[in-house]
Structures are given as structure tokens and as C-alpha cells.
Write a protein of this length. Structure first.
Length: 221
């Protein structure tokens, strides 16, 4: 699911910007039949994260990490251009790992709306009518031509999950002004590709419920 070129591009941009973290995860898996060590890796930027088995990390991404960090990290580390590498405390790394694991609890399924807002934001909608927008550059982390991942959003709408087997991509939705929020909700309510007749949940008329005063998207920071 993880797109090699897309991940390399995101890593490069993060390295030149606010930096990113590399968190190796090693755990012992016990079953009745046998036990084995499971090695995973988490890559974490400001508004995104990727998690997969270490052996499934795209090769070019591994090369990019070695180039940025200077070596392939065996312990959690944060890296940023022109800054010394910062070793991450084990407790902090454990907290980040557990937070990602807990995101799925109580989450809702999302469906993509076939429209991009302002040439940058891909819209998704839940079956309850909540609408979220995600940066198309960050969505390039996912190879949608190869797989159709499960798409979910946390109960509070602060993080989306794209899941396929052992691979996971986490993205924070965009934040918008009230004016743009209303435009997004209007777009979400349109009859894209006859979705109403097909009973597709991406169109949900309760978006225009007059009793619903609470905004679906957080105002822009």
C-alpha cells in the first residue's frame, strides 16, 4: 500500500521542514504454536505517520532515511536538516506507538468524495455525514492504484487511518475557515456520479439539517 516515491517525497519535504522521527518497534509475539519477534518501523512527521513491517519498508525510503540520519536507526531518533539528530526517550517513543495503536477504537468508516477542493484537498465523508479534507500531497503516501485500503477517522476527527494488511498510514485532516467549511459541506452534498440513487454514503442529506449548528471541521489555525 505504501507508495515508494510518495513516501520518499514526503520524507524529503519533512527533513527540509520541521523534521521527522524514525521509531523502530520490536516486540515478541507469543502464540500457542510458536513465538517470534516482530519488527516494525514508524515514520512520524508533523501531520502524518506511516507504520509497517520493517521488511516491507520501501527500499528507496530506507535509502532516504540513511541519507538523512546518517545510518539506519535501531533506536528512536528525530532528524531535521542542519540540526543534530535527537535521540528520542524510550518513554516518548512508547507513548507515540501506543497512541497510534489506540486510534482505531471507536473510529468511523470514510468514503472518498470524487472531488478535490481548491486543487489541494481530497474530501472524504463518513456515513453519518461528517466531512474531512486531506492534503493530496500526503495522500501520495498511499498507492491507491494497487490497493483499496480501509479508510477510517477517529471519534474526534483529529486523525485518519488508511489500513491495508500490516501497513498503515495516518493523516491529520486540514483545518478551514467557516466560509470554506460551508463550501466543503455544499460540495459534499452534491449528487456526485448519481451516488444518491446508488445509496452511497458519501452523500448525506443531514449535512443540511438546520438543527446541526456544530461545525464539522475545526476553524483554521
Amino acid at each position: 500500500m505504501i507508495h515508494e516515491k510518495g513516501l520518499c517525497k514526503v520524507l524529503s519535504a519533512a527533513y527540509k521542514g520541521g523534521g521527522y522521527s524514525v521509531i523502530p518497534v520490536r516486540r515478541q509475539v507469543e502464540t500457542v504454536a510458536r513465538s517470534w519477534r516482530r519488527n516494525e518501523i514508524i515514520l512520524n512527521g508533523a501531520t502524518w505517520a506511516v507504520r509497517c513491517l520493517t521488511e516491507d519498508l520501501p527500499k528507496e525510503a530506507a535509502v532516504q532515511i540513511v541519507k538523512d540520519v546518517g545510518y539506519m536507526p535501531m533506536e528512536p531518533v528525530s532528524v531535521q536538516k542542519s540540526q543534530p539528530n535527537q535521540t528520542m526517550l524510550e518513554d516518548v517513543a512508547d507513548i507515540r506507538e501506543s497512541q497510534l495503536e489506540e486510534l482505531r477504537d471507536g473510529s468511523s468508516v470514510m468514503v472518498k468524495i470524487p472531488v478535490i477542493f481548491r486543487d489541494r484537498w481530497q474530501l472524504y465523508q463518513t456515513t453519518t455525514g461528517a466531512v474531512y479534507a486531506f492534503d493530496t500531497e500526503l495522500l501520495k503516501l498511499i498507492d491507491f492504484k494497487e490497493v483499496s485500503p480501509e479508510c477510517r477517522i477517529t471519534p474526534h476527527g483529529n486523525m485518519a487511518m488508511f489500513l491495508w494488511g500490516d501497513e498503515m498510514v495516518f493523516l491529520a485532516p486540514g483545518r478551514f475557515s467557516r466560509e470554506n467549511e460551508e463550501k466543503i459541506l455544499y460540495i459534499a452534498g452534491m449528487d456526485w456520479e448519481n451516488q444518491v440513487e446508488a445509496d452511497d454514503p458519501v452523500v448525506n442529506l443531514n449535512l443540511f439539517n438546520a438543527d446541526q449548528d456544530e461545525p464539522l471541521l475545526t476553524p483554521e489555525e
